[in-house]
Write a protein that binds this ligand. Sequence first.
Ligand code: FES
Ligand SMILES: [Fe+2]
Length: 418
Amino acid sequence: MSNTGFSAREFVDLDRGRVHKTAYYDPEVYATEMQRIFERTWLYIAHASEIPEPGDYKTTELAGRPVIVVRGADGNIRVLQNRCRHRAASVCQAAKGNARFFRCEYHGWTYKNNGELVGVTYADAYKDLDKSQLGLQEVPRVETYQDFVFASHDADVEPLVEHLGEATKYIDLFVAQGAGRPLEAAYGTQKIKYEGNWKYQLENGCDGYHPNFAHRSFFRVMGERTGEDGLGSYMDGSAAAEALSLGRGHTLLDQRKTATSHYAERYKASPDVDSILDDLRKDLSEEQIGELLATSTSPGFNLTVFPNLQLIGLHIREIRPVSANETVVHYTPLAVSGVPDGINQLRMRNHELFYSAAGFGVPDDGEMFRRVSVAPARMPTGCCSHAVCTARRPEARSCRRRSPTRCLSEPNGRAGRN
Ligand code: FES
Ligand SMILES: [Fe+2]
């Protein structure tokens, strides 16, 4: 129980399948989620291929706190708080790089890349300074599964594989797209912000209901470019993908029975695909190209690892809540190492088509997240809108008295049931 003192049950009516809208924009709920979920569980933080060599690092955040993910001389990956032990300035400003030391620019204290404090300016002026106690603080738990690096602020969190549970099976299948070759985060990360709560992105990853409608223009254009009608199940009018709970908040949207060919063919709609294929044909037979592409297309499912990781298509998606109504999503497409460049170019074209900032899918979804955020967020606290109130919080009860005519939940403006 947090010191905010309310329970998730107050927002969810399991019998009726309803969730109260305040769960999606109330700052108090958001603060509680950060405290009870993000501060306590495993969070995805990096792909090991982003920091392959000793000294390689990237700066990022863990539950909103600035950290450095760094590979030490011993090959181990550590997650260090990016906060000087003198006056708490951040000690590393670059997004990524290679360093043996991090030197704080405020007063010049210097730390090894394993966090050890090795240099204090004008140290003689200090009385009883114990450098061994003033290293950069290390996030207590860091574990890796299939090159996906997770960390937790909670020293007592369960082992990572227990947290991942059933999701490990699908992480393995995702990694199998390389057919034994490692996957690499070789093309950087695209960051896209939307106006809405972090849970919208998380839930949308297993929403097989919306593509026929939110992404209709994509399927139409794909049909025009490839000359194929329908391109899989989405356009035949059915929502054939299967949504599964994997337990512990992890979910799967499984399209393998219906949409695999659709994914495999996507790259053909990219504008420069012919020249890439021509280049590949200089060194490879059609059969070899076909084999390489077959192992390099999407696994055909969306995996969500609660609370901040999705593996979708050919990319890693990291969800970073910023506030109750703002979220930044990091998209990191993966290359397959050891294959001709053209194969990875086709993978990237395939990824960009739907998932880049100017692609067909990401802007559609971001706009929908904004639309479902704007109206409820403008309602009086506790008032009902798209969901029936199940809240028993005092302000929810008072809403009916305070401003019932502003409620949109019913045509005549009456508040829904509290
Ligand atoms: S804050 Fe880092 S040396 Fe003073
Ligand atoms: Fe979508």
